[in-house]
Design a protein around this ligand. Sequence first.
Ligand code: FAD
Ligand code: MG
Length: 354
Amino acid sequence: MGCKQKFFQKSLTTNHTNQHKPYVRYHLIFLVLLFLFLSSCERPEYSRIDVALGTVCTVTLFDQGKNSIYNDIFNRIREIENLMSIRITASDLSRVNASAGIEPVQVHEETFKVIKRAVYYAELCGGAFDPTVGTLVSLWGFNGGTPRIPSQEEINSVLPLINWRNIELYPETNSVFLTQHNMILDLGAIAKGYAVDEAARITKKAGITRAIIDLGGDIMVLGEKKDKGLWNVGLQNPDDEQGITIGYLKLSESAVVTSGVYERFFIEEGNRYHHIFQPYDGYPVNNGLLSVTIIAENAMDADALSTAAFVLGYEKGRALIESLPSAEAVFIFQDYTIQTTPGVNLVITDKSFN
Ligand code: FAD
Ligand code: MG
Protein backbone atom coordinates (compact mmCIF):
# COMPACT_ATOMS: atom_id res chain seq x y z
CA MET A 1 0.00 0.00 0.00
CA GLY A 2 1.51 3.37 -0.94
CA CYS A 3 2.34 5.97 1.73
CA LYS A 4 -0.52 8.18 0.51
CA GLN A 5 -3.16 5.49 1.07
CA LYS A 6 -1.71 4.74 4.57
CA PHE A 7 -1.89 8.45 5.39
CA PHE A 8 -5.38 8.53 3.93
CA GLN A 9 -6.41 5.35 5.82
CA LYS A 10 -4.83 6.54 9.14
CA SER A 11 -6.53 9.95 9.17
CA LEU A 12 -9.91 8.34 8.41
CA THR A 13 -9.54 6.06 11.46
CA THR A 14 -8.36 8.77 13.94
CA ASN A 15 -11.06 11.24 12.89
CA HIS A 16 -13.80 8.64 12.77
CA THR A 17 -14.31 8.54 16.65
CA ASN A 18 -14.04 12.05 18.19
CA GLN A 19 -15.55 14.54 15.66
CA HIS A 20 -19.06 16.06 15.06
CA LYS A 21 -20.60 14.68 11.80
CA PRO A 22 -20.33 17.88 9.59
CA TYR A 23 -16.60 18.41 10.44
CA VAL A 24 -15.79 14.79 9.56
CA ARG A 25 -17.49 15.26 6.19
CA TYR A 26 -15.44 18.37 5.33
CA HIS A 27 -12.27 16.63 6.50
CA LEU A 28 -13.05 13.63 4.30
CA ILE A 29 -13.72 15.82 1.25
CA PHE A 30 -10.41 17.62 1.85
CA LEU A 31 -8.51 14.33 2.12
CA VAL A 32 -10.07 12.93 -1.05
CA LEU A 33 -9.11 16.13 -2.92
CA LEU A 34 -5.59 16.01 -1.45
CA PHE A 35 -5.18 12.39 -2.49
CA LEU A 36 -6.38 13.11 -6.02
CA PHE A 37 -4.03 16.11 -6.28
CA LEU A 38 -0.99 14.17 -5.05
CA SER A 39 -1.55 11.20 -7.34
CA SER A 40 -2.06 13.58 -10.30
CA CYS A 41 1.31 15.31 -9.76
CA GLU A 42 3.15 12.08 -10.66
CA ARG A 43 5.75 10.72 -8.33
CA PRO A 44 9.26 11.19 -9.77
CA GLU A 45 10.61 8.11 -11.49
CA TYR A 46 14.37 8.08 -11.84
CA SER A 47 14.86 5.33 -14.40
CA ARG A 48 12.82 3.06 -16.61
CA ILE A 49 13.94 -0.23 -18.16
CA ASP A 50 11.97 -1.96 -20.89
CA VAL A 51 12.56 -4.30 -23.84
CA ALA A 52 12.28 -2.81 -27.31
CA LEU A 53 14.23 -3.09 -30.59
CA GLY A 54 15.05 -6.64 -29.47
CA THR A 55 17.20 -5.35 -26.64
CA VAL A 56 17.12 -3.88 -23.13
CA CYS A 57 16.44 -0.14 -23.15
CA THR A 58 17.27 1.92 -20.05
CA VAL A 59 16.37 5.59 -19.77
CA THR A 60 17.41 7.62 -16.72
CA LEU A 61 16.02 11.14 -16.44
CA PHE A 62 17.66 12.99 -13.55
CA ASP A 63 15.82 15.93 -11.94
CA GLN A 64 12.32 14.57 -11.69
CA GLY A 65 11.75 12.27 -14.61
CA LYS A 66 7.98 11.97 -14.83
CA ASN A 67 5.91 8.93 -15.82
CA SER A 68 4.42 10.85 -18.71
CA ILE A 69 7.86 11.68 -20.16
CA TYR A 70 9.00 8.04 -19.89
CA ASN A 71 5.77 7.00 -21.60
CA ASP A 72 6.40 9.47 -24.45
CA ILE A 73 9.98 8.20 -24.90
CA PHE A 74 9.12 4.49 -24.95
CA ASN A 75 6.09 5.07 -27.17
CA ARG A 76 8.40 6.85 -29.64
CA ILE A 77 10.90 3.95 -29.57
CA ARG A 78 8.07 1.53 -30.35
CA GLU A 79 6.84 3.73 -33.21
CA ILE A 80 10.34 3.61 -34.72
CA GLU A 81 10.47 -0.15 -34.23
CA ASN A 82 7.13 -0.52 -36.04
CA LEU A 83 8.50 1.47 -38.97
CA MET A 84 12.05 0.13 -39.25
CA SER A 85 12.07 -3.43 -37.91
CA ILE A 86 12.97 -6.15 -40.38
CA ARG A 87 11.05 -8.58 -38.17
CA ILE A 88 7.67 -6.80 -38.39
CA THR A 89 5.98 -7.70 -41.68
CA ALA A 90 3.88 -4.53 -41.79
CA SER A 91 6.87 -2.22 -41.17
CA ASP A 92 7.98 0.28 -43.81
CA LEU A 93 11.24 -1.65 -44.11
CA SER A 94 9.52 -4.99 -44.70
CA ARG A 95 7.22 -3.43 -47.31
CA VAL A 96 10.25 -2.09 -49.19
CA ASN A 97 11.88 -5.54 -49.03
CA ALA A 98 8.70 -7.27 -50.20
CA SER A 99 8.66 -5.04 -53.32
CA ALA A 100 12.34 -5.53 -54.22
CA GLY A 101 12.68 -5.83 -58.00
CA ILE A 102 9.00 -4.95 -58.44
CA GLU A 103 8.23 -1.31 -57.59
CA PRO A 104 9.11 1.63 -55.35
CA VAL A 105 7.36 1.81 -51.95
CA GLN A 106 6.30 5.03 -50.24
CA VAL A 107 7.49 5.11 -46.63
CA HIS A 108 7.15 7.49 -43.68
CA GLU A 109 9.36 10.54 -43.82
CA GLU A 110 11.56 9.39 -40.96
CA THR A 111 12.08 5.92 -42.46
CA PHE A 112 13.14 7.66 -45.67
CA LYS A 113 15.50 9.91 -43.66
CA VAL A 114 17.21 6.92 -41.99
CA ILE A 115 17.53 4.96 -45.27
CA LYS A 116 18.93 8.06 -46.98
CA ARG A 117 21.50 8.44 -44.15
CA ALA A 118 22.43 4.76 -44.49
CA VAL A 119 23.05 5.24 -48.23
CA TYR A 120 25.13 8.35 -47.44
CA TYR A 121 27.40 6.30 -45.15
CA ALA A 122 27.59 3.42 -47.64
CA GLU A 123 28.86 5.88 -50.25
CA LEU A 124 31.19 7.62 -47.75
CA CYS A 125 32.95 4.37 -46.80
CA GLY A 126 32.89 2.70 -50.20
CA GLY A 127 30.32 0.09 -49.22
CA ALA A 128 31.98 -1.28 -46.05
CA PHE A 129 28.80 -0.11 -44.35
CA ASP A 130 26.05 -1.46 -46.63
CA PRO A 131 22.41 -1.67 -45.48
CA THR A 132 21.63 -4.22 -48.23
CA VAL A 133 23.38 -6.93 -46.16
CA GLY A 134 19.97 -8.25 -45.06
CA THR A 135 20.28 -11.43 -47.20
CA LEU A 136 23.62 -12.22 -45.54
CA VAL A 137 22.30 -11.56 -42.04
CA SER A 138 19.43 -14.01 -42.60
CA LEU A 139 21.65 -16.54 -44.43
CA TRP A 140 23.89 -16.67 -41.31
CA GLY A 141 20.70 -16.92 -39.16
CA PHE A 142 21.15 -13.66 -37.25
CA ASN A 143 17.75 -12.22 -38.06
CA GLY A 144 15.70 -14.43 -35.83
CA GLY A 145 16.83 -17.75 -37.41
CA THR A 146 19.30 -20.34 -36.09
CA PRO A 147 22.86 -19.04 -36.47
CA ARG A 148 24.91 -21.37 -38.74
CA ILE A 149 27.83 -21.28 -41.20
CA PRO A 150 26.36 -21.22 -44.72
CA SER A 151 28.12 -23.03 -47.59
CA GLN A 152 30.33 -21.05 -49.98
CA GLU A 153 27.73 -21.67 -52.73
CA GLU A 154 25.01 -20.13 -50.56
CA ILE A 155 27.20 -17.12 -49.83
CA ASN A 156 28.14 -16.73 -53.51
CA SER A 157 24.44 -16.83 -54.43
CA VAL A 158 23.58 -13.78 -52.28
CA LEU A 159 26.69 -11.62 -52.85
CA PRO A 160 25.25 -10.06 -56.07
CA LEU A 161 22.27 -8.85 -53.98
CA ILE A 162 24.51 -6.84 -51.67
CA ASN A 163 25.05 -3.49 -53.27
CA TRP A 164 23.83 -0.21 -51.85
CA ARG A 165 23.97 1.30 -55.37
CA ASN A 166 20.81 -0.73 -56.15
CA ILE A 167 18.81 1.35 -53.65
CA GLU A 168 16.87 4.03 -55.53
CA LEU A 169 15.51 6.95 -53.45
CA TYR A 170 12.69 9.25 -54.62
CA PRO A 171 12.59 12.22 -52.19
CA GLU A 172 9.59 13.89 -53.81
CA THR A 173 7.38 10.98 -52.66
CA ASN A 174 9.58 9.51 -49.86
CA SER A 175 9.72 6.32 -51.91
CA VAL A 176 12.40 3.63 -51.85
CA PHE A 177 13.06 1.04 -54.57
CA LEU A 178 15.39 -1.99 -54.33
CA THR A 179 16.06 -2.70 -57.99
CA GLN A 180 17.00 -6.41 -57.65
CA HIS A 181 14.57 -9.20 -56.69
CA ASN A 182 15.32 -10.72 -53.23
CA MET A 183 17.42 -7.74 -52.08
CA ILE A 184 16.93 -7.16 -48.34
CA LEU A 185 17.46 -3.81 -46.67
CA ASP A 186 18.54 -4.08 -43.00
CA LEU A 187 18.71 -0.99 -40.74
CA GLY A 188 20.16 -2.88 -37.76
CA ALA A 189 23.34 -0.77 -37.82
CA ILE A 190 21.72 2.68 -37.83
CA ALA A 191 18.07 2.72 -36.70
CA LYS A 192 18.82 2.05 -33.04
CA GLY A 193 20.98 5.17 -33.05
CA TYR A 194 18.10 7.10 -34.59
CA ALA A 195 15.83 5.89 -31.78
CA VAL A 196 18.36 7.19 -29.21
CA ASP A 197 18.34 10.60 -30.89
CA GLU A 198 14.55 10.69 -30.80
CA ALA A 199 14.53 9.75 -27.10
CA ALA A 200 17.03 12.57 -26.45
CA ARG A 201 14.90 15.04 -28.44
CA ILE A 202 11.79 14.21 -26.33
CA THR A 203 13.84 14.47 -23.12
CA LYS A 204 15.13 17.93 -24.02
CA LYS A 205 11.70 19.09 -25.17
CA ALA A 206 10.37 18.12 -21.73
CA GLY A 207 12.93 20.49 -20.22
CA ILE A 208 15.08 17.77 -18.66
CA THR A 209 18.73 18.75 -18.95
CA ARG A 210 20.48 15.71 -17.42
CA ALA A 211 19.81 12.16 -18.63
CA ILE A 212 21.36 8.87 -19.75
CA ILE A 213 19.69 7.02 -22.64
CA ASP A 214 20.95 3.48 -23.29
CA LEU A 215 19.23 1.45 -26.00
CA GLY A 216 21.07 -1.85 -26.19
CA GLY A 217 24.48 -0.23 -25.80
CA ASP A 218 23.79 2.76 -28.05
CA ILE A 219 24.19 5.51 -25.45
CA MET A 220 23.52 9.25 -25.24
CA VAL A 221 24.47 11.25 -22.15
CA LEU A 222 22.76 14.64 -21.83
CA GLY A 223 23.97 17.62 -19.83
CA GLU A 224 26.54 17.04 -17.10
CA LYS A 225 26.80 15.32 -13.74
CA LYS A 226 25.25 16.99 -10.67
CA ASP A 227 28.74 18.09 -9.52
CA LYS A 228 29.29 19.62 -12.99
CA GLY A 229 31.91 16.92 -13.67
CA LEU A 230 32.22 14.87 -16.85
CA TRP A 231 30.17 11.71 -17.27
CA ASN A 232 31.98 8.38 -16.93
CA VAL A 233 30.69 5.94 -19.59
CA GLY A 234 31.94 2.36 -19.17
CA LEU A 235 33.65 0.68 -22.13
CA GLN A 236 32.53 -2.91 -22.55
CA ASN A 237 35.23 -5.60 -22.40
CA PRO A 238 34.61 -7.16 -25.85
CA ASP A 239 35.90 -10.49 -24.57
CA ASP A 240 33.79 -10.71 -21.45
CA GLU A 241 30.14 -10.75 -20.37
CA GLN A 242 27.83 -7.80 -20.86
CA GLY A 243 28.53 -5.11 -18.29
CA ILE A 244 32.17 -6.05 -17.62
CA THR A 245 34.21 -3.00 -18.60
CA ILE A 246 37.87 -2.37 -19.42
CA GLY A 247 37.63 1.23 -18.23
CA TYR A 248 35.56 4.31 -18.89
CA LEU A 249 35.31 7.32 -21.16
CA LYS A 250 35.15 10.74 -19.51
CA LEU A 251 32.90 12.99 -21.59
CA SER A 252 30.29 15.75 -21.66
CA GLU A 253 27.04 15.55 -23.66
CA SER A 254 27.68 12.99 -26.45
CA ALA A 255 26.52 9.85 -28.16
CA VAL A 256 28.68 6.78 -27.50
CA VAL A 257 28.08 3.73 -29.71
CA THR A 258 30.08 0.53 -30.02
CA SER A 259 30.13 -2.18 -32.67
CA GLY A 260 31.87 -5.36 -31.73
CA VAL A 261 32.19 -9.10 -32.00
CA TYR A 262 30.37 -9.71 -28.73
CA GLU A 263 26.83 -8.52 -29.45
CA ARG A 264 25.54 -11.47 -31.49
CA PHE A 265 27.75 -14.40 -32.27
CA PHE A 266 28.19 -18.17 -32.12
CA ILE A 267 31.31 -20.26 -31.64
CA GLU A 268 31.97 -23.22 -33.96
CA GLU A 269 35.13 -25.32 -33.80
CA GLY A 270 36.72 -22.64 -31.61
CA ASN A 271 36.01 -19.81 -34.09
CA ARG A 272 33.69 -16.91 -33.28
CA TYR A 273 31.19 -15.97 -36.03
CA HIS A 274 29.44 -12.65 -35.33
CA HIS A 275 26.80 -10.46 -37.02
CA ILE A 276 28.87 -7.71 -38.64
CA PHE A 277 29.72 -8.65 -42.23
CA GLN A 278 32.25 -7.79 -44.88
CA PRO A 279 29.86 -7.08 -47.78
CA TYR A 280 32.53 -7.97 -50.37
CA ASP A 281 33.02 -11.62 -49.30
CA GLY A 282 29.97 -12.35 -47.10
CA TYR A 283 31.93 -13.37 -44.00
CA PRO A 284 31.92 -11.84 -40.52
CA VAL A 285 34.60 -9.15 -40.19
CA ASN A 286 37.95 -10.63 -39.16
CA ASN A 287 40.54 -7.87 -39.25
CA GLY A 288 42.14 -7.97 -35.82
CA LEU A 289 39.57 -5.72 -34.18
CA LEU A 290 37.32 -6.74 -31.31
CA SER A 291 35.32 -3.51 -31.17
CA VAL A 292 35.13 0.09 -32.32
CA THR A 293 33.49 2.76 -30.16
CA ILE A 294 32.47 6.07 -31.72
CA ILE A 295 31.84 9.28 -29.80
CA ALA A 296 29.80 11.80 -31.78
CA GLU A 297 27.16 14.52 -31.45
CA ASN A 298 24.29 12.25 -32.47
CA ALA A 299 23.68 8.56 -32.04
CA MET A 300 22.45 7.75 -35.57
CA ASP A 301 25.76 8.84 -37.06
CA ALA A 302 27.73 7.19 -34.26
CA ASP A 303 25.80 3.95 -34.87
CA ALA A 304 26.55 3.85 -38.59
CA LEU A 305 30.16 4.98 -38.10
CA SER A 306 30.88 2.31 -35.48
CA THR A 307 29.86 -0.40 -37.94
CA ALA A 308 31.62 1.28 -40.87
CA ALA A 309 34.91 1.74 -38.98
CA PHE A 310 34.73 -1.81 -37.64
CA VAL A 311 34.32 -3.25 -41.16
CA LEU A 312 36.98 -0.93 -42.65
CA GLY A 313 39.56 -1.98 -40.05
CA TYR A 314 41.94 0.24 -38.08
CA GLU A 315 43.87 2.15 -40.74
CA LYS A 316 40.94 3.03 -43.04
CA GLY A 317 38.50 3.25 -40.12
CA ARG A 318 40.69 5.76 -38.29
CA ALA A 319 41.19 7.76 -41.51
CA LEU A 320 37.41 7.90 -41.99
CA ILE A 321 36.80 9.12 -38.42
CA GLU A 322 39.61 11.68 -38.58
CA SER A 323 38.16 13.03 -41.84
CA LEU A 324 34.98 13.98 -39.96
CA PRO A 325 34.81 17.20 -37.90
CA SER A 326 33.29 15.98 -34.66
CA ALA A 327 33.75 12.24 -34.23
CA GLU A 328 36.24 10.35 -32.07
CA ALA A 329 37.00 6.62 -31.91
CA VAL A 330 38.38 3.89 -29.66
CA PHE A 331 39.72 0.75 -31.40
CA ILE A 332 40.18 -2.40 -29.27
CA PHE A 333 42.27 -5.13 -30.91
CA GLN A 334 42.28 -8.92 -30.48
CA ASP A 335 45.70 -8.63 -28.75
CA TYR A 336 44.07 -6.32 -26.16
CA THR A 337 45.89 -3.22 -27.39
CA ILE A 338 43.87 -0.03 -27.72
CA GLN A 339 44.20 2.89 -30.13
CA THR A 340 42.22 6.12 -29.81
CA THR A 341 41.83 9.30 -31.84
CA PRO A 342 43.27 12.43 -30.13
CA GLY A 343 40.06 13.79 -28.57
CA VAL A 344 39.29 10.64 -26.54
CA ASN A 345 39.59 10.79 -22.72
CA LEU A 346 39.81 7.10 -21.74
CA VAL A 347 40.70 5.72 -18.29
CA ILE A 348 41.73 2.04 -18.52
CA THR A 349 41.02 0.07 -15.34
CA ASP A 350 41.57 -3.47 -16.66
CA LYS A 351 45.36 -3.63 -16.96
CA SER A 352 45.26 -6.56 -19.40
CA PHE A 353 44.34 -3.89 -21.97
CA ASN A 354 46.81 -1.16 -22.91
P1 FAD B 1 25.78 -2.74 -35.14
O1 FAD B 1 27.20 -2.86 -35.51
O2 FAD B 1 25.22 -1.41 -34.85
O3 FAD B 1 24.90 -3.38 -36.28
C1 FAD B 1 25.09 -4.72 -36.67
C2 FAD B 1 23.82 -5.04 -37.40
O4 FAD B 1 23.87 -4.32 -38.62
C3 FAD B 1 23.76 -6.50 -37.76
O5 FAD B 1 22.90 -7.17 -36.81
C4 FAD B 1 23.11 -6.45 -39.13
O6 FAD B 1 21.73 -6.29 -38.95
C5 FAD B 1 23.67 -5.19 -39.74
N1 FAD B 1 24.96 -5.29 -40.43
C6 FAD B 1 25.86 -6.30 -40.40
N2 FAD B 1 26.92 -6.00 -41.18
C7 FAD B 1 26.68 -4.77 -41.72
C8 FAD B 1 27.39 -3.93 -42.62
N3 FAD B 1 28.59 -4.26 -43.13
N4 FAD B 1 26.82 -2.74 -42.96
C9 FAD B 1 25.61 -2.38 -42.45
N5 FAD B 1 24.88 -3.14 -41.62
C10 FAD B 1 25.42 -4.32 -41.24
N6 FAD B 1 16.81 -7.85 -32.47
C11 FAD B 1 16.08 -8.92 -32.03
O7 FAD B 1 16.65 -9.91 -31.58
N7 FAD B 1 14.71 -8.92 -32.09
C12 FAD B 1 14.02 -7.87 -32.61
O8 FAD B 1 12.79 -7.88 -32.65
C13 FAD B 1 14.75 -6.73 -33.10
N8 FAD B 1 14.10 -5.66 -33.61
C14 FAD B 1 14.83 -4.57 -34.03
C15 FAD B 1 14.17 -3.46 -34.57
C16 FAD B 1 14.89 -2.34 -34.99
C17 FAD B 1 14.16 -1.15 -35.54
C18 FAD B 1 16.31 -2.33 -34.87
C19 FAD B 1 17.11 -1.14 -35.29
C20 FAD B 1 16.97 -3.44 -34.35
C21 FAD B 1 16.25 -4.56 -33.93
N9 FAD B 1 16.89 -5.68 -33.40
C22 FAD B 1 16.17 -6.76 -32.99
C23 FAD B 1 18.38 -5.68 -33.23
C24 FAD B 1 19.02 -5.91 -34.59
O9 FAD B 1 18.62 -7.17 -34.96
C25 FAD B 1 20.56 -5.83 -34.52
O10 FAD B 1 21.09 -6.95 -33.87
C26 FAD B 1 21.03 -4.66 -33.76
O11 FAD B 1 20.45 -3.50 -34.24
C27 FAD B 1 22.55 -4.58 -33.93
O12 FAD B 1 23.02 -3.47 -33.29
P2 FAD B 1 24.50 -3.51 -32.66
O13 FAD B 1 24.72 -2.20 -32.02
O14 FAD B 1 24.60 -4.73 -31.85
O15 FAD B 1 25.47 -3.74 -33.90
MG1 MG C 1 25.64 0.14 -34.37
